[in-house]
Write a new protein. Structure first.
Length: 90
């Protein structure tokens, strides 16, 4: 199994601690954005997150997005540029 990048590991840990997901998939899409605004030479700037958590039950899509972005704010503050989010309740 390949070793996870530091940022991907931190994203996984933050989301797991905050939402206790039943499903969590995180993909580093940085290579697809090389040369675009916000893309850093070392990558780790663009991610896709697919998360399923009971914590999202009864929340609107905007509320879910805000809660995920709030949890990941430390990563945005240190170079995460873009996040594609697909979140749902079980």
């Amino acid at each position: 199994m390949p070793q996870l990048s530091d940022r991907l590991s931190r994203i996984r840990d933050l989301l797991t601690e905050a939402f206790e997901p039943v499903n969590l998939e995180i993909t580093d899409d940085s290579g697809k954005h090389a040369g675009h605004a916000g893309a850093a030479p070392g990558g780790e700037t663009h991610y896709t997150v697919k998360i399923t958590s009971a914590a999202f039950e009864g929340l609107s899509r905007v509320q879910v997005q805000r809660s995920v972005m709030l949890v990941l704010q430390p990563e945005f503050d240190t170079g995460l540029h873009a996040l594609s989010l697909k979140a749902s309740a079980p």
